[in-house]
Design a protein around this ligand. Sequence first.
Ligand SMILES: Nc1ncnc2c1ncn2[C@@H]1O[C@H](COP(=O)(O)OP(=O)(O)O)[C@@H](O)[C@H]1O
Ligand SMILES: [Mg+2]
Length: 254
Amino acid sequence: MILEIKNLNKSFGGLKAVNNVNMAVEKNNIHAVIGPNGAGKTTFFNCITSIKPSDSGEIIWKGEDIAKVPTHIISTKGISRTFQNIRLFSYMSVLDNVLVGTHNLTKSFILDACFHSRRFKTEEKDMREFGMELLKKVGLADKAGEYAKNLPYGEQRKLEIARAMASKPEILLLDEPAAGMNSQETAELVGFIRQLKNDGFTILLIEHDMKLVMTLADVISVIDYGSKIAEGAAADIQSDERVIEAYLGKRRYE
Ligand SMILES: Nc1ncnc2c1ncn2[C@@H]1O[C@H](COP(=O)(O)OP(=O)(O)O)[C@@H](O)[C@H]1O
Ligand SMILES: [Mg+2]
């Protein structure tokens, strides 16, 4: 078990956005987290990455409780994420956006950077090559020099994934990576996420596209009103009464 969540809680005022959630993520699995809009999925990711630290509970990452570890340290531990609302630097190039994600890998001191020492230059060159490799992986190498803001939406999502990979993580937390993608882009994304699994990554995936989730996920956890209401393989989830109720019941699925 590479990541284990125990009794995790997070409230906003009186609202229990994450309510005593337990979850075990196995290494090299694609583990999907689904649930109606407002169920608490993004908040769950925000707790794991300490963007919004949890109120109580444990987040055991490779044997260490990281629940109280600040967010800037989390990425140095091999955990990286993308955001539901794309967070790119619009007026930076596509490649530079990826390089932002490598900041926890670079060893040059600020003085090296100021004086453009040899170490700084070598490191910068290596990082640029590494950044280009990542762009190739997501199919954006030919757009390396463009402003991020000029990419179509689907490509901005791919760029977010490349940037998340730039910190050389072991686990990728993807928050609705297919949102706004057309069917062709979604199909490419499916292939790409499969490739990530083949490359040894562990993937925790929030996604609304049910077809994508059902084809990709090894395990699916269903969240409703902050609580985990079901968990299992696609076939089990699809026939689970509580899941059907959560999606097709009183509240309509987004
Ligand atoms: N920063 C915040 N302050 C107050 N309420 C929040 C905040 N973030 C999320 N919420 C609330 O927590 C609940 C879960 O939200 P969220 O985690 O974004 O759900 P999901 O990602 O499943 O759609 C929602 O009711 C939302 O309005
Ligand atoms: Mg969300």
